[in-house]
Design a protein around this ligand. Structure first.
Ligand code: ATP
Length: 242
């Protein structure tokens, strides 16, 4: 069930406004342009007209299914797999929610959960993929960003990107619903941008520096500090290379 629209404020809002997910069917919504696309904690996500694929999925998480902690990571993996089939190489995943190429951001993932995250809930999964932006558009983003045209060194059709994403994500959500992030952990670690590197995790009130040791079976970040290995969860923290 895919809905496409020309211009909307946010595909995450639109997919939810169109009604509840039911019967295990994931609904998708695509837009040419988001006027108020957002990242985590209210940050702006740029999706200039005709330059990106903005795709949101509304997924129902059944009662008692696996923890949602790793879903954002698993979605990032699905994006990487979908883009690889279109010719992208050397993609990396930055915990918890970005796809990078040569340290530049190619795609962002934003999950929003409605209901009880440990039980029955609806999850809106938003993905923004840069397909072809001008130098000026990339520069105006405020942190290093890249598009698929530069990654693949050729034009990539936005239809193909959307089709592959929907296909890959549908399979992934089936698997995630049955077995959780455990099924995807090993593959995720193959693409880990920061494995073995010194990083600083920043939360609003404090920061922690340590060495990245991968992720656990729930998708929590394992960080080795002078006091041992600690697990961090994605909600309120940001990762930066030290
Ligand atoms: P964190 O490390 O905490 O996840 P983040 O900078 O990746 O931080 P997000 O909320 O994931 O934050 O994404 C929003 C940020 O992404 C914006 O503040 C901006 O710097 C950047 N951004 C916005 N639009 C784009 C885009 N089209 N392509 C790449 N990066 C973008």
């Amino acid at each position: 069930d895919v809905h496409t629209c020309f211009i909307t404020e946010s595909t995450n809002d639109l997919v939810r406004a169109q009604g509840a997910a039911s019967g295990g069917v994931t609904r998708f919504c695509l837009a040419e342009h988001q006027t108020s696309g957002r990242g985590r904690r209210g940050r702006i996500w740029a999706s200039p007209f005709g330059s990106t694929v903005s795709l949101s999925a509304l997924w129902q998480n059944g009662e008692g299914t696996a923890s949602l902690e790793g879903l954002s990571l698993a979605v990032g993996l699905a994006v990487v797999k979908a883009l690889e089939t279109l010719g992208a190489r050397d993609l990396k995943l930055k915990w918890p929610n970005d796809v990078l190429w040569q340290g530049k951001k190619l795609c962002g993932v934003l999950l929003e959960v409605y209901g009880d995250p440990t039980g029955e809930c609806e999850v809106v999964i938003g993905m923004g993929i840069n397909v072809r932006l001008s130098e000026e558009q990339l520069k105006s983003i405020g942190q290093p960003a890249v598009d698929l045209f530069r990654v693949c060194d050729k034009s990539v059709s936005r239809n193909a990107v959307a089709g592959q994403l929907i296909n890959t994500l549908t399979h992934l959500l089936d698997g995630f619903g049955q077995g959780g992030f455990r099924l995807f952990r090993e593959q995720w670690c193959e693409y880990d941008a920061f494995r073995g590197k010194e990083v600083t995790l920043m939360a609003s009130t404090r920061s922690v520096t340590g060495r990245c040791m991968g992720v656990d079976e729930q998708g929590g970040l394992l960080l080795e500090t002078s006091s041992g290995i600690h697990v961090f969860n994605g909600g309120e923290v940001s990762l930066r290379q030290s």
